[in-house]
Design a protein around this ligand. Sequence first.
Ligand code: ZN
Length: 259
Amino acid sequence: MTVAFVFILGLFIGSFLNVVILRLRRQESFIKGSSKCLFCQHRLYPKDLIPLFSYLFLKGRCRYCQKRFSHQYPLVEFFTGFSFVLIFQKIVPSADWNLISSLQVLHLLDWWVIVSFLVIIFVYDFKYYLILDRVVWPIIILSFLVNLFLGFSIFNLVFAAVIGGGFFFLQFIVSKGRWIGGGDIRLGLLMGVILGWPHVLTALFISYVLGSAVGVSLLWSKRKDWGDKIPFGTFLTIGTFMTMLWGPALVKWYLSLFY
Ligand SMILES: [Zn+2]
């Protein structure tokens, strides 16, 4: 019951994130204005905006002009719902609201907010090859402050942020900005303040393994050429999320391969 509620909450947040991504791109307000079909401009009513279900029910088409909506909408909704459940199960293993402490509530809300920002960063980088400052800075500050409450030392977080940001800053200097954009440096800082030391390294490692695997398969299938840009922020957000959920277990598994 609780899990179903958390999933549905995540679906609605995911639906809101789709709106945020669209309006960030068009530089519109997130709150004001009603939703419209991108093709026919027909106003969309609540019955058209029920996450996932409207999409499935209308077979991915606009009710008014029949044009196809992007797969991004249901995918973001579903992933957000699913990740809300994974986070909830990690932080509140008993899945019982009555046993939850106030620190757990803070942790849970913090991680739900973080994954929402990671979704925005992922989609925006994937679609537009951009990591926006006005998305990254607020969540850097929020994660930093909440993690202090959750028991991280200020030294740990600052050190992890310097390692994460510095890792990309060095590449930025060495390549004179050809490999790495400023957005990656700030994303490195964000990884540091979310994960702390040493798990910022775990996330970087996972991101590079995923990035290389996908990069090689894109070259192999000739969908990309050497020298084509790849939105690396997408891998960093995936690496960060996987480390949040399974960091220690992944490190243990990886080390067990060698001993
Ligand atoms: Zn339409």
